[in-house]
Structure formats: C-alpha cells, structure tokens
Write a protein that binds this ligand. Structure first.
Ligand code: SIN
Ligand code: MN
Length: 210
C-alpha cells in the first residue's frame, strides 16, 4: 500500500502471470476526473471504428493521445502521427501521465495513449503488443467503466490461459518478462459500473513507441 492523501492508500500489485494488477488503483473521484479529461480529448480527436487489415470492422471504437496514435485499416496496423481525419493527436492529459509515473518504473515518458471504447458486445481478440521499438518499456493499462473479462495467455498463440475481471479504476502493468504475452478481452459486463452514464468500458494503454 502507498499513501495517496490523508488516510487513503494505493493498493499493492497482484502478480498474474507476470502482469502486475493493481485492483482499484484510481479512486472514484480520480476516475471521474479522468473521464472528464477523456471527453475533452474525444472532442478534439473523435472515436473512430477501425477496420482490420482483413476488411472487417473492429468491435471497439478508438482514438489516441500523444505523439503517436494507433490506427488500423486496409494497409495494416501501425502507429501514426495523425488521426484518420488528418489532425495531430491531442497531448496526453497529466492525470494519465501521473499513473504511468507511479507504476511504470520507466525513466521515459509515454508517447502514445490508446483509448479503446467497448460498448455492449465489444471484445478484443488475443494479440501481442509488439509494434513498439523497445520491449524493455512496459505497457500500462487503465480500466474505466464496466468490468471487462481479460484473458492472459503465453508468448506464442494457444496454450493455457488465465482470465480475470478488470474493473473500473484498475491498473495493469504489462512489462518485464511478461511484456510479450498474448492477451485479449472476451467480453464486458454491461451495467457493472455507474462511471459512464451511457455504460460501456474504456481502456487506456500507455506505451513508449520509439
Ligand atoms: C489492449 O490490449 O489493447 C486492450 C486491453 C484491455 O482492453 O484491457
Ligand atoms: Mn494489447
């Protein structure tokens, strides 16, 4: 436990296959402040529905902040310095940088904050995060809103997996020896959080890209 302010404390990490899971890292007021920052961000860089390189729409809607954003279309998955509508991505809000600073153990600053929105029925297939140049840098994930059933696999596709629910305010550090483990989101549980008035789940992933 680490001190927040007054008598409040931060939760300790729980190791899940080498991923460090901090259940309820963000307090409800911190979560609400983050959502406010994300609304301002989405007003500048709207959520879009990416196409997979195979021509099928992804079920999540996404946008990004930082020097790089993550995009997907018929040309493939990649980092891009511009939103599909042509503008630069907005800066990563300080509230989000603070989480990276507290848990990443990195001396660098994240260059991308990918924002994924999961409506009812949205999911994310098992994948590795390997479009970054330096795998010594972790990926830090923040969950907001409805619970998401997160699955962690292995360094190669297939094999035994382990699932856990990521809840609003949870932070996960995917780094070290676990940096290249396959992972995905099987489903969300609608109505499990009141943080987002219209429901759904937001996941933020912070990455050093270069
Ligand atoms: C991701 O792997 O990009 C998203 C993970 C999540 O939604 O929890
Ligand atoms: Mn990922």
């Amino acid at each position: 436990m680490t001190q927040i302010s007054g008598s409040q404390t931060r939760p300790s990490a729980q190791d899940v296959r080498g991923f460090q899971h901090y259940p309820g890292w963000l307090t409800p007021p911190e979560q609400a402040a983050l959502v406010k920052d994300l609304r301002a961000l989405a007003a500048q860089a709207p959520l879009f529905s990416p196409m997979t390189p195979y021509g099928r729409p992804m079920s999540v809607r996404m946008t990004s902040a930082g020097r790089f954003g993550w995009v997907s279309d018929r040309r493939g998955y990649r980092y891009s310095q511009t939103h599909p509508e042509g503008m630069a991505w907005p800066a990563i809000p300080q509230s989000i940088l603070d989480v990276w600073q507290a848990v990443s153990g990195s001396a660098r600053v994240p260059e991308c904050c990918l924002i994924n929105f999961y409506g009812e029925g949205a999911k994310m297939g098992m994948h590795q995060d390997r479009d970054e140049a330096d795998f010594a840098e972790p990926v830090v994930s923040i969950s907001l809103g409805d619970d998401g059933l997160f699955r962690i696999g292995n360094e190669t596709r297939g094999g035994k997996t382990q699932s856990l629910w990521l809840r609003s305010g949870d932070v996960m550090v995917m780094g070290g020896a676990a940096r290249l483990l396959y992972h995905g989101v099987d489903r969300i549980a609608p109505g499990t959080s009141t943080l987002l008035p219209q429901g759904g789940r937001i996941n933020l992933t912070l990455r050093v890209v270069t």
